[in-house]
Design a protein. Structure first.
Length: 112
């Protein structure tokens, strides 16, 4: 899958996780973007188009600070498991920016 947000970075494919792109900065810092995280990110671009560049900038800051990051949908059940990497969920990026998205996906209300 092509992610235009990081098209200027070197892209690597880990054979263990062919569905998940890994990107590498010139200083060697690298990050993975899991598909579900990218889906969440895509929705944010639609909801907050004016804040989307800030979100991408925050992601870059996190990667350059920590050097090895996996952007995941759920840190308790990540798709990518690589030693030495930290996990970041979308709320880890949004909360410091004071961007809050209400999660209205609750289970079925039938029978309530």
């Amino acid at each position: 899958m092509k992610y235009l947000e990081w098209s200027s970075l070197k892209k690597e494919i880990n054979p263990l996780y062919p569905l998940c792109n890994q990107f590498v900065y010139p200083d060697g810092s690298s990050f993975y973007v899991e598909p579900m995280f990218y889906t969440q990110l895509s929705y944010l671009e639609e909801i907050y188009p004016d804040k989307y560049p800030l979100i991408l900038k925050k992601m870059e800051e996190v990667v350059l600070k920590n050097k090895k990051v996996i952007f995941t949908h759920d840190y308790e059940l990540p798709y990518v498991k690589v030693d030495g990497y930290i996990y970041q969920e979308i709320t880890d990026i949004l909360n410091p920016l004071h961007i809050y998205v209400e999660d209205k996906s609750r289970g079925s209300d039938y029978g309530d």
